[in-house]
Write a protein that binds this ligand. Structure first.
Ligand SMILES: NC(=O)c1ccc[n+]([C@@H]2O[C@H](COP(=O)([O-])OP(=O)(O)OC[C@H]3O[C@@H](n4cnc5c(N)ncnc54)[C@H](OP(=O)(O)O)[C@@H]3O)[C@@H](O)[C@H]2O)c1
Length: 375
């Protein structure tokens, strides 16, 4: 039932949208259509967003490939895309936090997504867009930045702050780039692994890069980098009492190596786990479950008490508000963009290239899908 108020925006009945029609390779299961119905019927708490930009995350191609199909069943056709930035063009009668015309950003989760001209979502999914950045930059933030925000400030105990020493495995990943900036913003001592190819990315963040191992960091602008192709962080940092190792790469070796660099009681927080491909089956769930129990057992009864934590991002608009006001609008955290793909220019090829680049795991910052020009 429609419970929306009247809007001055003229909303068409059909729109351009990506549609996933099954699980498989992007060129086999994703299409771009011009006749997808606009989801204009709103319940009381829903908003309708005119999408300006979306961004891809690794979970998007993993879901497309069916890696999570035993856990999350999509109904087809499904509109993909989690990160969104756009303008609210209509609201349900019970929407309290927004008005028509507000610019917002958010993470849509497993609902129908942002690779469409319009998307409908509960108001709790969105926050006001930071006012110092473009729509494309805003779309680069929600999922990746919020994941790292939650790891650093909600999962790490105590939360990362002035006194913390943190190692970020995968400093050039989208999540890693946000983690470095968030940790630096609160004055932490930060070391990150990253290949030589991406040293220039770190410089774009504005830090003094050093490859020299520094046990204490009095220069808060200094970032210690370990080229993972040249050196193992385990050997470089052995015995250096890190409070937290934040793993954005995955694989069992990260956990094994991390135990050499963590302090007694230190935390290993991974957002990937042992299986880098994240193919979830009953067998893999049983194996993940038993290795988690094993690691938890040793974190309590072992001599070093290293904590193993797997974190999966959850949606929370108050955190997006915090990210906007404390970190983005103050200029302490910047979204770095690798490429903006434009389907008005390149049609469905823009979508295919977006997915293929994400799947290559070679992105140097976020990959954006531009959907409409900013007014
Ligand atoms: N659990 C959650 O809630 C959650 C949320 C977000 C993301 N994730 C997961 O986190 C992982 C990272 O995602 P992302 O989007 O941040 O990554 P991304 O931006 O796609 O990562 C690309 C970067 O990874 C670097 N890289 C690849 N292999 C590496 C290695 N062995 N060591 C260090 N760097 C390496 C690449 O640089 P070079 O190869 O040139 O070094 C490239 O710059 C994915 O597995 C994703 O599914 C989980």
């Amino acid at each position: 039932m429609t419970e929306s108020i009247s809007t001055n925006y003229s909303i068409p009945s059909v729109m351009k949208a990506a549609q996933q029609n099954g699980y498989g390779e992007v060129r086999n299961v994703l299409t771009l259509r011009n006749d997808v119905p606009v989801p204009y019927e709103l319940s009381s708490k829903q908003t309708l967003i005119r999408v300006h930009a979306g961004s891809i995350n690794q979970i998007d191609w993993k879901v497309l490939n069916g890696n999570f199909s035993s856990l999350v069943r999509l109904s087809f056709p499904h509109v993909p895309g989690k990160d969104v930035a756009g303008v609210i063009v209509n609201i349900g009668l019970g929407v309290k936090r927004f008005q028509i015309g507000d610019k917002v950003y958010g993470n849509l989760g497993m609902n129908d997504g942002s690779f469409a001209e319009y998307v409908r979502g509960d108001e709790s999914l969105f926050s006001l867009k930071p006012n110092n950045i473009t729509m494309e930059e805003a779309a680069a933030i929600p999922l990746a930045c919020q994941t790292s925000y939650q790891v650093l400030f909600k999962k790490a105990s105590p939360p990362i702050g002035m006194e913390s020493k943190i190692l970020i495995c995968g400093g050039s990943t989208a999540t890693g780039l946000y983690a470095i900036q968030l940790a630096k913003a609160v004055g932490a001592h930060v070391t990150a692994t990253c290949s030589q190819r991406n040293f220039s990315l770190m410089e774009k963040l504005g830090y003094d890069i050093t490859q020299t191992n520094i046990e204490t960091n009095n220069n808060r602008n200094q970032l210690h980098i370990i080229d993972y192709n040249e050196k193992d962080f385990e050997h470089e940092l052995k015995g250096q009492n890190y409070d937290v190792v934040y793993d954005c790469i995955g694989g069992e070796q990260q956990w094994i190596s991390a135990q050499q660099v963590l302090k007694c009681g230190g935390q290993f927080i991974t957002i990937v786990g042992d299986d880098r491909k994240s193919i979830i089956s009953l067998k893999s769930l049983v194996s993940v479950g038993s290795s988690l129990i094993n690691r938890k057992f040793w974190s309590i009864f072992g001599s070093s008490h290293h904590n193993y934590i797997f974190h999966f991002v959850n949606q929370n608009f108050q955190e997006l508000d915090d990210i906007r006001t404390k970190y983005i609008e103050t200029g302490k955290v910047k979204p770095l963009i690798d490429t903006i793909y434009d389907w008005q220019k390149d049609d469905v090829e823009a979508l295919y290239l977006l997915y293929e680049k994400s799947k290559s795991e070679k992105a140097q910052g976020k990959l954006i899908l531009k959907i409409a020009h900013e007014e």
